[in-house]
Design a binder for this molecule. Structure first.
Ligand code: PMP
Length: 384
């Protein structure tokens, strides 16, 4: 059956179990025998800052426990607009922002609305494994592009123009490689998209978790403004993954209206008290984000230095709390062995693209003591 003729039920049934789910199952079986260290999860270990929790509780007590507008409460949209301007010099009016239950749902809405049956959607490899199922469910065909030695160059541009994709998703900083796109790369990409009228979704949920490099948002490029959906989230920024609060920014009025309508149909609105709490505390909480990034940086340096002294080949991430590691063999075999022998959980690279089997993703968003313990085990097993 061609993908275009498949029903939604067929498409859902066809989506395979992800390898991280499989690793989780094996880990549950191993838990009794070994002290497991989980470098597999994409969830920061920090508890949400207390001021946000207190604020949410206060709003609940005050009765902010009801449906709110489908686009998101005004106060939060204004807070996000100010935050994006002050932090990243990105200009979106509060009316151009839609608050969603996590960026994941916002990105799904965008795929669902922008993709027509059989449309080619471009992704840069390695690419977060959350996109492909959403693209397929929306009727699109994922097309992976390799970056030229990890970078977006004139040659990458040639590959892109040969395939003529109608929609591109860019993830900056990138899960799983930790790549932060250079301004030069974004200039090239934005010029191409403006010229070809290629629509772009820019997933910037890790924009606060950046180390030495400067983060530049695609939202700064006016030329692609009308064709851009910019996605952000509080999940990683404020360690709020379970609160389910993200947002999309959209200049195009019609697209915005459709997105809001879709949200009204699917979710009605995101959690009301969570929205009020973040609106109230966003600015004051950013100091905590800085502290968290300090811990991630320390963890990154420890893990990188350790792995770099083994036969494994880690890439030093510019951002996120992930390290992309070339293990020189099938990543899934390696991950299963690592779990069985060392009690360390990592995610096999297979689901992150078409040529990613030799890699695994390691998360260092866990306490430093646990990273130290993992490093000790790596050193004992693989040390030169
Ligand atoms: N994009 C990327 C690249 C992610 O890694 C994640 C979460 N793992 C998301 C989007 C989804 O974030 P949220 O919790 O806001 O839905």
């Amino acid at each position: 059956m061609s993908e275009i003729n498949m029903t939604t039920k067929d498409l859902i049934d066809e989506i395979p179990e992800s390898s991280s789910m499989r690793m989780g199952r094996i880990a549950r079986e191993k838990r009794e025998q070994i002290d497991l260290i989980n470098l597999g999860i994409g969830d920061p270990f920090f508890t949400t800052p207390k001021n946000i929790i207190d604020s949410a509780y206060g709003f609940m007590v005050k009765g902010k426990t009801h449906y709110e507008s489908a686009q998101g409460v005004d106060k939060l949209r204004i807070a996000i607009s100010n935050y994006l301007k002050n932090r990243f010099d990105i200009r979106y009016d509060s009316s151009e922002i839609i608050v969603t239950p996590g960026a994941k749902q916002g990105i799904f809405y965008a795929f669902f609305l922008l993709i027509e049956a059989g449309m080619k959607v471009g992704l840069f490899e390695p690419s977060w494994l959350g996109y492909v199922p959403s693209i397929r469910l929306s009727g699109g065909i994922p097309v992976f592009f390799n970056l030229d030695n990890g970078g977006f160059t004139d040659e990458s541009l040639t590959n892109l123009s040969e395939e003529k994709v109608d929609l591109l998703i860019v993830n900056n900083p990138t899960n799983p490689s930790g790549k932060v796109w250079d301004k030069k790369e974004l200039d090239l990409l934005a010029d191409y998209c403006a010229e070809e009228n290629t629509k772009v979704i820019s997933d910037e949920v890790y924009h606060e978790i950046v180390y030495e490099k400067e983060f530049v948002s695609l939202g700064k490029y006016e030329g692609i403004g009308k064709d851009l959906v910019l996605a952000g989230s509080f999940s990683k920024t404020l360690s709020m993954t379970g609160w389910r609060l993200g947002y999309v920014c959209v200049k195009d009025k019609k697209m915005r209206e459709r997105l809001t309508k879709l949200q009204q149909i699917i979710a009605t609105c995101p959690s009301s008290f969570a929205q009020f709490a973040v609106a109230d505390t966003l600015e004051a909480s950013l100091g905590r984000t800085e502290e968290m990034v300090g811990v991630y940086r320390k963890n990154r340096d420890l893990l990188f230095e350790t792995l770099n002294n083994t036969r494994l080949k880690p890439t030093l991430p510019d951002g996120t709390f992930y390290m992309w590691v070339d293990v020189g063999e099938d990543g899934e075999d390696f991950a299963v062995r690592l779990l069985n022998d060392l009690g360390i959980i990592v995610v096999p690279g297979r689901d992150y693209g078409e040529n990613t089997q030799r890699f695994v993703r390691m998360s260092f968003g866990i306490p430093t003591e646990r990273i130290e313990e993992a490093c000790q085990r790596f050193e004992n097993e693989f040390g030169k």
